[in-house]
Design a protein around this ligand. Structure first.
Ligand code: NAI
Length: 457
């Protein structure tokens, strides 16, 4: 029997960060992870490999489209080299977590964890029994596969397989116009695939601010993605060659490969939650209070397996809040300050309330907007598409939300997240000096526009 102050189940960005923070706070920490590599979906088959592909293919695409002031001939894509780079990046990141575990004296158990009771956990494959004063569930999520989709992992795939197609598909259909569909759809489009995105709702990125998501649709269509909204898929089946998709109304589409990206579901299979006295809610999520405690007070849960957006950094922050609450009795996490970025080109990013949410909640607000086309730096880069929008309280001027589309807008929104975290006003952000010429000046000008008026418009 192994005994810990904290036992973490799952070593994704939620669990591994929590484990490190707990060790820093002096706890004796054990982690159970079923995969050989640490890092979870994000490091192995999610954020990191997709960014490796997005960063490299963006450069290839730039050259394909034509560089300013240069003519390039004979460009060839070396797909095996691209995929090898991606795998190397994943390996460096997952090995980095192993190093951090050793450095922090965190014990690792490889296998599948199952609760035997509120206090005891079994590692299925090894038969090890573990007990702990606190247990943190960080088991993450898995791709949601609807009953009408037959995923064979080859012709009809989830995001995991779409990171490693052995050749560029001639025609790729993506079901779901969310983050995964757009990011991976864009990767294969840049490499030469004909990509169609089918979205059920009337706009892509439906949780983003409406104005931004409509702009994204227009810009991505201009980039060459075919996007169809308001489309209901009723069947997706692999065939001996390619795949067949049927839409409501009888229309049939054919493709070499189909990516099903209609969301993810909390992952709790085989965890034996019933043995710990925890019942998932109607969406399969583990219920938690504001301190991330389940109904069993010494068992906490974080990340994709609980309510809220399925984002790696949200899971990490929750991991830190949960272990600080265990160790000190208090912790706070400001959910409004959690940014969200779609790493397409141009990027789409958001933090805080959307206009739709402010309207629904009857919060009075004002809008300040500034276009990339009016920024000297953006013009110099040849990146004039897009805008940033600052939403501030109509009376107090406090920044409530910032949304944008444009080159590297995700990086710029880090500052907006900090402004919301520090409860800054639009005037604060607008008066803060920004280096010139820079893209963050677009945010400053948008804040000035919300507070009073911009200088360069
Ligand atoms: P998502 O929730 O972002 O998007 C799924 C999309 O599929 C939605 O637009 C939805 O309306 C649509 N949809 C649902 N059923 C459909 C149907 N039957 N036919 C057509 N469209 C349908 O989910 P996604 O893209 O699978 O990503 C899963 C999770 O992973 C998300 O929570 C996302 O935030 C997260 N993620 C975050 C990334 C980032 O932060 N850059 C990158 C990739 C994933």
């Amino acid at each position: 029997m192994y005994s810990y102050d904290l036992l973490v189940i799952g070593a994704g960005p939620g669990g591994y960060v929590a484990a490190i923070r707990a060790a820093q706070l002096g706890m004796k920490v054990g982690v159970v992870e079923k995969e050989k590599a640490l890092g979870g979906t994000c490091l192995r088959v999610g954020c990191i490999p997709s960014k490796a592909l997005l960063e490299t293919t963006e450069r290839i695409y730039e050259v394909k489209k034509g560089l300013i002031g240069a003519r390039v001939q004979g460009l060839e894509v070396d797909l095996p080299a691209l995929l090898a780079h991606k795998d190397k990046v994943v390996q460096a990141n997952t090995q980095g977590i192993e190093f951090l575990f050793k450095k922090n004296g965190i014990a690792r158990h490889q296998g599948t964890a199952r609760f035997l009771s509120e206090r005891k956990v079994l590692v299925e494959e090894t038969g090890e029994e573990l007990e702990a004063r606190f247990i943190l569930i960080a088991t993450g999520s898995a791709p949601l596969i609807p009953p009408w989709a037959e995923v064979d992992g080859e012709r009809v795939v989830t995001s995991t397989e779409a990171l490693s197609f052995p050749e560029v598909p001639g025609r790729l259909i993506v079901v779901g116009g969310g983050v995964i569909g757009l990011e991976l759809g864009m990767v294969w489009h840049r490499l030469g695939a004909e990509v169609t995105i089918l979205e059920y709702l009337d706009r892509i990125l439906p949780t983003m601010d409406g104005e931004v998501s409509r702009a994204a649709e227009r810009v991505f269509k201009k980039e060459g993605l075919e996007i169809r909204t308001g489309v209901k898929v009723v069947s997706v089946r692999p065939r001996s060659k390619g795949a067949r998709i049927e839409l409501e109304g009888g229309e049939v589409l054919e493709a070499d490969r189909v990516l099903v990206a209609v969301g993810r579901r909390p992952y709790t299979e085989g965890l034996g939650l019933e043995n710990a006295g925890i019942a998932p809610d109607e969406k399969g999520r583990i219920p938690v209070d504001e301190h991330l405690r389940t109904p069993i007070p010494h068992i906490y849960a974080i990340g994709d397996v609980v309510r809220g957006p399925m984002l790696a950094h949200k899971a990490s922050e929750e991991g830190i809040a949960a272990v600080e609450h265990m160790a000190k009795g208090f912790a706070h996490l400001d959910y409004q300050a959690i940014p969200s970025v779609v790493y397409t080109h141009p990027e789409v990013a958001s933090v805080g309330y959307t206009e739709e949410e402010l309207k629904a909640q009857g919060i009075p607000y004002k809008v300040g907007k500034f276009p990339y086309s009016a920024s000297g730096r953006a013009r110099a880069m040849g990146e004039t598409e897009g805008f940033i929008k600052v939403l501030a309280h109509a009376k107090t001027d406090r920044i409530l939300g910032v949304h944008g589309i444009g080159a590297r807008v995700g990086d710029i929104l880090a500052e907006a997240a900090l402004a919301i975290f520090f409860k800054a006003s639009a005037e604060d952000l607008g008066r803060a000096p920004h280096h010139h010429p820079s893209l963050p000046e677009i945010l400053k000008e948008a804040a000035l526009a919300a507070w009073d008026r911009p200088i360069h418009l």
